[in-house]
Design a protein. Structure first.
Length: 308
């Protein structure tokens, strides 16, 4: 494994850590805030953060010098990853059970891996099927789901599923775009154009006026959430540049056990046998996924769309 991949993996693992902590923190302060307003506000703050970083690093001229086709890719990333799926996901959560929707979201690595094989010619060792089973079983156990809930999915679950497909597609598009653009440019494009699309939605949905109803306490929590989101996108695209889409999206599942453990240590949540087994399965699945795809020579791909 070369140094770039090692660095990329470190960034993605840090992203998973940020995700787990952010989910734990957000539960204290985002209740009572309209989900669309919340998404738009924190995305906009992150745009400011990213723009400041670009200016500080002297990359503004390079950003403005991007070709038209590069800007079109960033617009697409903003639409596919930074706006539509957020609106679908939060609406879906309101209409369905939290556990079922959360599990559906945890399956994103499967769709991302398939799309990456088809469109990016990524080759995967067939042994990762074992890792996939471990990851799914781990997510199922951590969420303490009733198996029957998977057979009673509703309209909200469908919206979450569509949002998950959007995010999987966005990661593939971003990975392709990162071949020519920097991670900061892609992150900025995703958040900037995503915010514009959400702003248009708020306007046509007559929700813009809700921004003025935000309290000081809510704005403070939006700022806190924005900091975590900034760390998330900044490290995610930096890692995705050098790590396979399938590997990166599987590592993100590490956020679930992090949130679970934080709830146990700081909120006194009950840590059941299901949770412990789920954490062990998830960690084992992630380690084996990385090992099979980044350490072992890919001599037995599941599907190869590349030329022999």
């Amino acid at each position: 494994m070369n140094q770039d991949k090692k660095t990329g993996l470190m960034f993605v693992f840090f992203t998973a850590l940020v995700s787990g902590v952010a989910i734990f923190i957000n539960q204290f302060g985002v209740s009572g805030i309209n989900s669309n307003i919340f998404t738009f506000a924190k995305n906009t703050v992150v745009v400011v953060f990213l723009f400041a970083i670009i200016m500080f690093l002297g990359e503004f001229k390079a950003l403005m010098a991007l070709r038209k086709k590069d800007w079109m890719k960033l617009v697409l990333i903003g639409f596919v990853g930074g706006s539509v799926p957020f609106l679908l996901f939060f609406r879906g959560l309101q209409l369905s059970s939290g556990a079922a929707s959360a599990f559906i979201h945890k399956t994103m690595f499967i769709y991302a891996a398939i799309m990456a094989m088809v469109f990016l010619k990524e080759r995967l060792n067939k042994k990762i099927l074992i890792s996939a089973v471990l990851l799914l079983a781990g997510s199922f156990l951590i969420l303490n789901m009733n198996p029957l809930s998977l057979f009673s999915l509703d309209y909200g679950s469908l919206l979450v599923f569509i949002a998950t497909l959007f995010w999987a597609a966005e990661n593939v598009i971003s990975k392709h775009t990162l071949k020519e653009l920097s991670s900061r440019q892609v992150a900025f494009g995703r958040m900037f154009f995503g915010s514009l699309f959400i702003l248009a939605f708020l306007f046509f949905n007559n929700e813009l006026g809700l921004i003025s109803t935000l309290t000081l306490s809510q704005m403070s929590w939006i700022l806190v959430s924005s900091i975590f989101l900034f760390l998330y996108v900044f490290t995610w695209y930096a890692g995705l540049k050098d790590v396979k889409v399938s590997v990166a999206t599987s590592i993100l599942l590490l956020g679930s056990p992090i949130t679970t453990l934080l709830s146990y240590f700081f909120l006194g949540a009950v840590l059941t046998v299901h949770h412990v087994l789920g954490i062990l399965f998830l960690v084992s699945g992630i380690i084996s996924f990385v090992f099979f795809t980044e350490r072992i020579k890919e001599t037995q791909p599941i599907i190869s769309t590349a030329n022999p």
